[in-house]
Design a binder for this molecule. Structure first.
Ligand SMILES: *Cc1c(COP(=O)(O)O)cnc(C)c1O
Length: 226
């Protein structure tokens, strides 16, 4: 089932040349190995402890993406091996990622999370805050981070038009920022948007990375949405 779902979604993504980030949070290693054996090498996780444990136990050529809300005091645990951090939502967090990347003699790729949903509880910058951050001269001192794009989550609603509009807003912001003078460590290359319920709408609006969990691995026993 896992292999079948992967192949189906890979085929759907192909015309858009978008990347699939299978989200394995809460799922056992056996499920991850099944996806690995089907040829997938990328996995997304949203809890630091779960991610570090899985990374220790599973093959070393897996590209681990951290997609959840990241606390500064936990950056050090994932810095040695993480491939991309999707949801950076403050300058303080960027500085900590830079510090831990430096300790590990690497550069860590990040996406900035933008708040696009019409919901209170979601994390992320709004458009003005984002532009403020990007023009902050301190960014150019962070030599061990590479900001490669934006990430967002649409409102959890059945209103397809609303979801589409939110994704379009994020894509427009991505293009706007691309037109601004940017420091050496910011590039707008990746746009991480779309989950199981809305990835087709996200692709239509220009997503380059979709983060899909339940459509590959099945429903999670409790909806952990951090
Ligand atoms: C859980 C999660 C996903 C995947 O959700 P599904 O609806 O299972 O596809 C995507 N992005 C983030 C940030 C998540 O936490």
């Amino acid at each position: 089932m896992i292999a079948e779902s992967l192949h189906k979604i890979w085929a759907e993504l192909k015309p858009f040349s978008a990347k699939l980030i299978p989200v394995s949070k809460t799922k056992p290693n056996s499920d991850i190995v099944e996806a690995y054996d089907a040829g997938n090498r990328i996995f997304g996780e949203n809890k630091v402890q779960e991610l570090t444990q899985k990374a220790e136990e599973l093959p070393k050529d897996i590209e681990w993406h951290f997609i959840g809300h990241l606390q500064r005091n936990k950056v050090k645990f994932i810095a040695p091996f993480v491939h991309l951090i999707h949801a950076v939502d403050s300058l303080r967090l960027l500085k900590e990622i830079n510090k831990q990347a430096l300790k590990n003699e690497k550069v860590i790729a990040c996406l900035l999370q933008v708040h696009i949903a019409n919901e209170e509880a979601k994390f992320g910058f709004d458009a003005e805050e984002l532009k403020g951050l990007i023009s902050n001269p301190e960014i150019a001192n962070l030599e061990n981070i590479n900001i490669i794009g934006l990430m967002g989550m649409a409102t959890n609603t059945n209103d397809r038009q609303q979801i589409s509009n939110e994704f379009k807003g994020l894509k427009d912001l991505f293009e706007d920022i691309n037109g601004l003078p940017l420091p050496f460590n910011i590039k707008m290359e990746e746009l991480s948007m779309g989950m199981s319920g809305d990835y087709k709408l996200a692709l239509e609006q220009g997503s380059t990375m979709v983060r899909i969990g339940s459509s590959i691995f099945g429903l999670r026993s409790c909806a952990i949405h951090a």
